[in-house]
Design a protein around this ligand. Structure first.
Ligand code: TYD
Length: 132
């Protein structure tokens, strides 16, 4: 199940199409993202001090972005922990399967966008830290 290590997580800078009237960042299946995007979801209206995640996935791969505001992603493998601060809409965190993750330190108004390689499937979750 633990088929990844924290060093497999990658922060990726996506191109910005910049104009005085504003920016666009585009993300394409298999071009910038190394998997077929099957699902897109976003976390928002997160009350101050709340945490999300606290689970691992057996197969699911993800990209996480902070579209607005900022938050921290703590990832953990068998041996090590590593924290990424996401605070720019064009910087994505690639998360392979098999790592424990916890999202915390959400700023007011933070929006976390997630691109996922699978449809929602509860059986893909490992929610028990002892099992992980
Ligand atoms: P969960 O992934 O545990 O949230 P987080 O990791 O952000 O704390 O999801 C919480 C609930 O939301 C889950 O029990 C079912 C529902 N849900 C869906 O219905 N579809 C989805 O794509 C996701 C991510 C969650």
């Amino acid at each position: 199940m633990k088929n990844s290590i924290i060093y497999d997580c990658t922060l990726v800078e996506f191109p910005i199409n910049h104009k005085l009237s504003g920016n666009i960042t585009a993300i394409n299946n298999f071009i910038e993202v190394p998997f077929d995007i099957k699902r897109v979801y976003y976390l928002y209206d997160i009350p101050g001090g709340e945490e999300r995640g606290s689970h691992a996935h057996k197969e699911l791969k993800q990209f996480k972005f902070s579209l607005s505001g900022s938050f921290d992603v703590l990832v953990e493998d068998d041996n090590l922990k590593r924290t990424f601060n996401l605070n720019k809409p064009n910087i994505g965190l690639f998360l392979p399967s098999g790592l424990w993750r916890n999202l915390h330190n959400f700023s007011s108004g933070a929006i976390c966008l997630v691109l996922a390689s699978m449809e929602y499937m509860e059986s893909d979750y490992i929610r028990d830290y002892e099992v992980f």
